[in-house]
Write a protein that binds this ligand. Sequence first.
Ligand SMILES: Nc1ncnc2c1ncn2[C@@H]1O[C@H](COP(=O)(O)OP(=O)(O)OP(=O)(O)O)[C@@H](O)[C@H]1O
Ligand SMILES: [Mg+2]
Length: 263
Amino acid sequence: MPTLRMEGVTFRAGGSVLLHEASLAFRSGELTAVIGPSGCGKSTLLKCLTTTHRPAGGRVTLDGKDVWEMRGPYRLALGYVPQDDVIHPQLTVAEAFEFSSGLRLDTDLPPADVRRRIGSTAAALGLAAAKDRRIRRLSGGQRKRVNIGIELLAEPQVLILDEPASGLDPGTEEDLVKLLSCLARGGRTVVTTTHSMEYLAAFDRIVMLAAGWVVFCGTRPELLAHFGVAHEAEVFKAVRAKPAESWAALYRRSPLAAQALRN
Ligand SMILES: Nc1ncnc2c1ncn2[C@@H]1O[C@H](COP(=O)(O)OP(=O)(O)OP(=O)(O)O)[C@@H](O)[C@H]1O
Ligand SMILES: [Mg+2]
């Protein structure tokens, strides 16, 4: 089973360390949430995973191979939905999907198969009725789903999403988490950042960052137990009570850290 791994990944920019020696394993078939306060390094961690950022130290591997050394094929196996939308707002949904399939899909795929794949992806994301609308006229949630859809067309082995649920109402957000969970169950490695603590139970694994340090990795019950709180809403407050570095040291000494790296 392919596992995406970070081994002691450090990233620096503008004279400061934005990510401190992060060691984590993201397994296929699992959905991981990356959480933490604004500015703690969530997007930075994802950018290290996607080869957008080159770490100053440590390495990222897929199946034991350094992703920087096989950057071309790795990027083909990867779907990345960044925090800011990247598709042209003047295109219609159908045009955006066609454009993306032209870029990302195997040219040997018969046009009928391409159309079928576009249709089923749009339907899975609840976009079938909006397919002829221009992207600039869509709601924030619909636009986010188009961004996810254009990555899903290529059926990536690894799917990485940065705040896909921002701006969604709670019902739509819950649907999105279920969709991501389904995609993971299908054998993909899915990693997403989220601001919302509401659906943590739906994630196989939660990674928490504070000030660029990994302060936790485990399940929701383990999260509550580790920070000694009754509810996830209290986790950030508990983390603020001590320096991030000391939480990171506590985490590294705990059995959770070893468990997070096991295959
Ligand atoms: N290129 C850069 N140079 C210097 N500092 C940066 C750079 N990019 C981000 N930062 C800083 O690094 C820290 C982490 O940023 P990052 O975008 O990873 O946070 P985040 O957890 O994704 O925040 P948010 O929840 O607001 O999206 C922030 O303090 C940010 O200001
Ligand atoms: Mg971010």
